[in-house]
Design a protein around this ligand. Structure first.
Ligand code: TXA
Ligand code: MG
Length: 331
């Protein structure tokens, strides 16, 4: 465990720490990652320890070129070429058959490795200067809300990460979309920062894995390691029609209005104090909503309230990824 965490925008310091096998938080366009040398199992083990993350949940490997990825994958199919060409650097992660140079600890022993070229100037420059790729999950304690600023990382992982490379707030704000093959069909394993509609313009119809509540006892989800309860604030979150829930509370006098927090898509509600209300995007813009999602959840989690009421967005574009996070947060 490290004693001191520093924050800055010095790629050299980040590089030196990573070369020593230390953990460094890196900015990406989606969320901040908690990175280590993917080829060094002792360094990778520190990620699981710092996040308190079960080792059955595999990590994404980040690098800066498709050529580097081809060194550690057995096959780089045409669909991967097409998606990579269109969306990298970007919020897309591909599952590809791995060579044994990628340690079992990184993939939880799965035959595929998750790979991504993130689109962030500082991190791309860092990756160019490293002779190893970076294994990096989101830089939050396991199960909690993902970080979209350097300060979010500091608040929760101080003392557990050597250096936080500060690259400002994340432009997209939700994690990458994960795509791989299952039973010979291209499948979305996690909805994320690149809308399914965009991917389908390039590779045609995709199967979308819904991690619905079909098996609430399932702690381990085989292929993408996605868990039902995730991205969650400490304060209980309830999803639904906000107006109706407020009326319900009003009629049974269950809660005072100042004990309620609201995370809404575009409007405020006059039954609840304004300082308890966070509007994702007044102009109903999905990208703006995604950008605000995790930091507003964190703000709400700091309030002295008993419940957070949230509503789903229309199921399209980034609304799908946002709804996925909201459902897991409220689960
Ligand atoms: O945007 C992102 O993807 C961010 C930034 C830092 O790149 N990373 C991120 O990592 O969200 P994480 O660990 O929080 O989520 C990665 C997901 C997990 O649900 C994991 O189970 C899945 O990717 N995954 C990783 N490797 C996999 C593999 N080999 N096979 C199947 N699923 C995998
Ligand atoms: Mg995560």
């Amino acid at each position: 465990m490290n004693k001191k965490t520093s924050i800055g925008n010095d790629i050299k310091i980040a590089k030196e720490n990573l070369e020593k096998g230390n953990l460094v938080a890196i900015p990406t366009e989606t969320v901040y990652g908690l990175a280590a040398n993917a080829f060094d199992i002792h360094a990778v083990a520190k990620i699981f320890e710092a996040k308190n993350r079960p080792t059955f949940d595999p990590l994404i490997v980040h690098t800066d070129t498709i050529d580097k990825i081809k060194n550690w994958t057995i096959d780089f199919p045409i669909w991967a070429e097409e998606l990579g060409k269109h969306f990298w650097a970007g919020a897309l992660t591909l599952l590809l058959p791995r060579k044994s140079i990628i340690p079992d600890l990184v993939t939880s022993g799965l035959p595929h490795v998750a790979v991504r070229i993130p689109n962030h100037k500082l991190t791309l420059e860092l990756l160019q200067h490293l002779d190893f790729p970076l294994a990096a999950p989101s830089a939050n304690p396991f199960g909690y809300i993902s970080p979209t600023t350097a300060n979010h990382v500091f608040e929760q992982l101080e003392g557990k990460v050597s250096y936080i490379l500060d690259g400002g707030s994340c432009k997209i704000g939700v994690e990458s979309t994960i795509v791989g093959e299952e039973n010979g069909k291209l499948t979305v394993f996690r909805k994320g920062g690149i809308a399914i509609e965009e991917l389908e313009k390039v590779v045609g119809k995709l199967i979308v894995k819904e991690h619905s509540n079909s098996n609430p006892n399932q702690k381990k989800v085989a292929s993408s390691g996605m868990l039902l309860s995730h991205y969650a604030p400490k304060i209980k979150m309830r999803l639904g029609n906000i107006e109706e829930i407020l009326n319900e509370y009003q009629s049974n006098q269950e809660l005072e209005s100042n004990e309620i927090g609201i995370l809404s898509f575009y409007e405020k509600y006059n039954q609840v104090p304004v300082q308890n209300q966070f509007v994702l995007s007044k102009k109903q813009d999905y990208s703006e909503a995604a950008q605000n999602l995790f930091s507003y959840m964190r703000e709400l989690d700091k309030l002295n309230i008993k419940i957070i009421l949230a509503e789903l967005l229309p199921e399209k574009e980034l609304g799908r990824a946002i709804n996925d996070r909201l459902r897991r947060a409220a689960y």
